[in-house]
Structures are given as C-alpha cells and as structure tokens.
Design a protein around this ligand. Sequence first.
Ligand code: ADP
Ligand code: MG
Length: 356
Amino acid sequence: APTATPRRIQALDESVVNRIAAGEIIVAPVNALKELIENSVDAGSTSIDIAVKDGGLKLLQITDNGHGIDREDLPILCERFTTSKLKAFEDLAAIGTYGFRGEALASISMIAHLTVTTKTKDSSCAWRAVYSDGKLVPPKPGQSADPKPVAGRQGTQITVEDLFYNTPSRRRAFRSGSEEYAKILDVVGRYAVHCGGVSFSCKKHGDSDVGLSTSSTANLQDRIRRVHGSAVANELIAFDTANKDLGFTAKGMLSNANYHVKKTTLLLFINGRSVESSAIKKALDAVYSTFLPKGGHPFVYLSLDIEPHRVDVNVHPTKREVNFLHEDEIIEKICTAAQDKLADVDTSRSYALTQT
Ligand code: ADP
Ligand code: MG
C-alpha cells in the first residue's frame, strides 16, 4: 500500500508565474525580436536598425524612427495587457495592427533587462526608462526609477540585455549564438522584403559590416535581391489574385521555371504578420512539381490579406500559427493563379526558344 502522504498544494509566487508565461511567448531571442519589429512597424517607422550580441542572448537592440511613446505612458508600458491597440474583446476581430494583447514588452521585462528610450515629436527631449518584472526600476541601486530625460531623436530604442538571465535552464539550452543569429537574420529578412517603405539593417553589435540591409526606397524585387541575391531576383514573376466570396486578396512574387533550389523558400505574410503554413508550402510545391526538375524547389513570397473577422490570430502564444476560414478553398485559388502564371511564362519561354 502507498505510504506517502500527498504534498500540500501551494500557489506559485506571482513573479514565477509571470516568468513561466513569458517563456511560453519568448522561447528564443528571435521571438522577442519579432515582437519588437512588429511594434516598430506598428509605430509607423520608416527606418528600423537592429544590433545583436551573442545571438541576441547578450544584447538585442532595435532602434526605430516611429511615433514614440508618451512620457505619461512609460510607467505602465511593460505591465501585462497594456496596449494602445485594443480596447475591447470585440476589437480582436478587426485588429489591423500586429500587436494585440499588450504582452510582448511585459514578457520581455520578466526574463531580461529591458531599457526603453523614446521620444515623440511633441516632446522636447527623449525619456529613458528601465524595467524589470513589468515595472519601472532604478537603472542603478539608489537612483530613482522615474524615467530620465536624455538627448535623443524621435522614435524608440528598445534594449534587451541578458535574455533568460533568471531562467538558467532555458539559457543553457542555447549552445551557439550563431544559430540564434541565423534565425534573427531570417526573420529580419522576411520583414525587410515585406515592408516596403521601411529600411532595415541588422548586424552584430560592434561589427562594421552589416549582416543585412535594405533601403526604404527599394521596390519589392530589389528588396528580394538585397536579401536573397540576384540569382533568384532575376527570375521572378509577380502575381496577384483575389476573391470576394472568400474575402481575401493575395499578391506576391514567384520564381519561374528557370530557377530551382534544394529547399523551398516561402516568405508568407498573413495580414502583415510573418507566419508559417505547411499546408500552403505543400500546395505550392505540388504546383511547381510539373515545372521544375525532380528535387527542385521554388522561391515564393506571398502576402495574403484576409478579412480580419475570418482570421483567428489568437491561437498560439507565439502567434506563429494563424487559422482562417475556408483555408482549403483559398489555398486552391492561390495555387490556380500561380499555376496559370507559371504556365504563361513557360509557354512564352518555349515559344521564344523555338523562334531562335
Ligand atoms: P501590443 O503591441 O500588443 O500593444 P506590446 O507589449 O508589444 O503590446 O506593446 C505595448 C504598447 O507599447 C503598444 O501598444 C504601443 O503603444 C507601445 N509600443 C511598443 N513598442 C513601441 C515602439 N517601437 N514605438 C511606439 N510605441 C511602442
Ligand atoms: Mg506588440
């Protein structure tokens, strides 16, 4: 017979609960960075610069020229569920901006040292604030926790240091900073391609050469060229399709039959958010199988806008998965449009070949 007596049930300390919740949203530096990029884009920035140390574990810094944050809002900036983007639950359905639950900065402040420097256009100076566990804290012991006036340009700089410092087991799970840096470059590259009118740069802190940079005036093809190279940029077909009944519009760039690589690159944005979809990837691969040699795969950039009330963005804490209504039908429509485009180009190509 069992001899052990049950252990008493106890409530976890609030800060422990918060830390656990934060770890579900931010499992790697790249998750934090994606939230910060989305915030900068939401703030109307035309310039976003990123510096990274040790794959983002030591330092993740993002500087934008967006509308900034009011001095009065700084005390509650990093509290959970504080947001300027959502007032009622019903708003969730119609949300057009990236952020929607006011959890990103709160989460980051639970598991890292977070410093915010920000200036709005009406403020005569910038303000610097340091956060821990969702609250303002003194930058150094003995100093005041109040935001401090500093010199600075309009926009916001967010500095995240020592990510996972208080969750040592998570911190130890990262063996190399270079692997995390590669993931960071991948995500920055995705937004750099997608966000026309915004310049992006990303580099290792202290390095003179940038890992990635795009200009705010570059067109879509040139942005793809900057991030993915000329080999693919020279072989692109623009495509778009829409359907009123299904409530979507899609546009993008497809590589043509001259281009193929070992693995499919799919840059997928749904309502402006970088997401993944193995269903869309599989369907596109099937379309290309008749155009490319065996084992060859395409490059596809696809920006899909679906009426907000048909999309459920609130399915996963990291917001990577997005569910939407009539997924199969929408994918089919997109694939038919892609198929037609590829076939068009393919016929004109073989026609041109027979003419010479
Ligand atoms: P959410 O984006 O869901 O609102 P966040 O925690 O990411 O939640 O951000 C909280 C709030 O802080 C935002 O609603 C916005 O008002 C402000 N904010 C965050 N980052 C920036 C930024 N780079 N520029 C201007 N405002 C920002
Ligand atoms: Mg946000």
